[in-house]
Design a protein around this ligand. Structure first.
Ligand SMILES: Nc1ncnc2c1ncn2[C@@H]1O[C@H](COP(=O)(O)OP(=O)(O)O)[C@@H](O)[C@H]1O
Ligand SMILES: [Mg+2]
Length: 265
């Protein structure tokens, strides 16, 4: 209903509520408790089709847990998740992938005894692991195309441990792309990257958006995100504290308080 509420009225953010058609992905009142700890606390926001949304918050704010609840790693304690208008609350990871969502993980999980192209191929054909010893022509070609798409075409037959950190992220993105997603959740892509690598990865993410993939990009601060994202949702202690255009977010007093104790960045 009030998905278009402006940044400057973030005090209202806690009372707004969303419906199934407010975006490609909509969270309404999402809450996740681990015992006595509330990691995600009545969180509501919508992801618009075709946008790159920044999902920002200090370490421990609940960003990964939000992703885990959306992608079926954990069932939410309360709240609703809609994807393309369907109620997908508590849907399995496999189900979400089939619906067109994919994610990358904060910590990479490639198979170290497989090559780069095999790692992508496994994401392409997860049910046919046995056939990989002799990776068939068509499968290899598709996997190689994806490797090229993410900038790894000269690394096909290397092992993951031969890649620099930014290369592992490219591989992680390639594995996500192998499921042909409409919406990609990218968890902390810029952690551990140099400024140059941040620029290279940003360029890749922008080109994926140009191909029609909607994205939610997580970071613990605005570094590297400002020029990439269309909009940001900022959370602290599992709750939304601000939402809007990146320039406005940077000036938002609640965001400055959360990050800098009220000082201007
Ligand atoms: N599986 C879990 N069991 C218990 N507590 C968890 C679990 N996963 C995350 N948490 C806690 O939830 C809070 C939010 O964590 P997380 O979502 O990883 O934050 P972020 O990704 O924003 O850094 C933290 O206090 C973290 O310790
Ligand atoms: Mg995290």
């Amino acid at each position: 209903m009030s998905a278009d509420s402006s940044t400057d009225e973030s005090a209202e953010a806690t009372t707004e509520s969303y419906g199934p058609d407010d975006g490609i992905l909509v969270l309404d009142g999402l809450t996740k408790r681990f015992g006595g700890l509330t990691a995600v606390d009545d969180l509501s926001f919508a992801v618009e089709d075709g946008e790159i949304l920044g999902f920002i918050g200090p370490n421990g704010a609940g960003k990964s847990t939000t992703f885990n609840c959306v992608m079926g790693t954990y069932p939410p304690t309360e709240g609703t998740v809609w994807y393309r208008g369907d109620d997908v609350t508590g849907e399995s990871s496999h189900g979400m992938v089939k619906r067109g969502m994919a994610r990358t993980f904060q910590s990479f999980r490639p198979l170290h005894d497989r090559t780069i192209v095999q790692n992508v191929a496994l994401a392409l054909v997860p049910d046919r692991i046995a056939s990989l010893s002799g990776l068939r022509g068509e499968t290899r070609r598709r996997a190689a195309d994806i490797c090229e798409r993410v900038g790894l075409s000269d690394r096909l037959d290397q092992r993951p441990d031969e890649l620099p950190h930014a290369g592992l992220l490219r591989l992680e993105l390639g594995r996500a792309l192998a499921t042909d997603p409409d919406l990609l959740l990218v968890d902390e892509p810029f952690a551990g990257l140099s400024n140059r690598e941040v620029a290279g990865i940003s360029e890749l993410l922008e080109s994926l958006r140009d191909d029609g993939i909607t994205m939610v990009v997580v970071d613990h601060n605005m570094r590297g995100l400002l020029s990439l994202i269309d909009r940001a949702v900022v959370i602290q202690f599992g709750s939304k504290i601000a939402e809007g255009r990146p320039e406005a977010i940077k000036r938002d007093p609640r965001v400055q308080e959360a990050y800098f104790g009220g000082e201007t960045p």
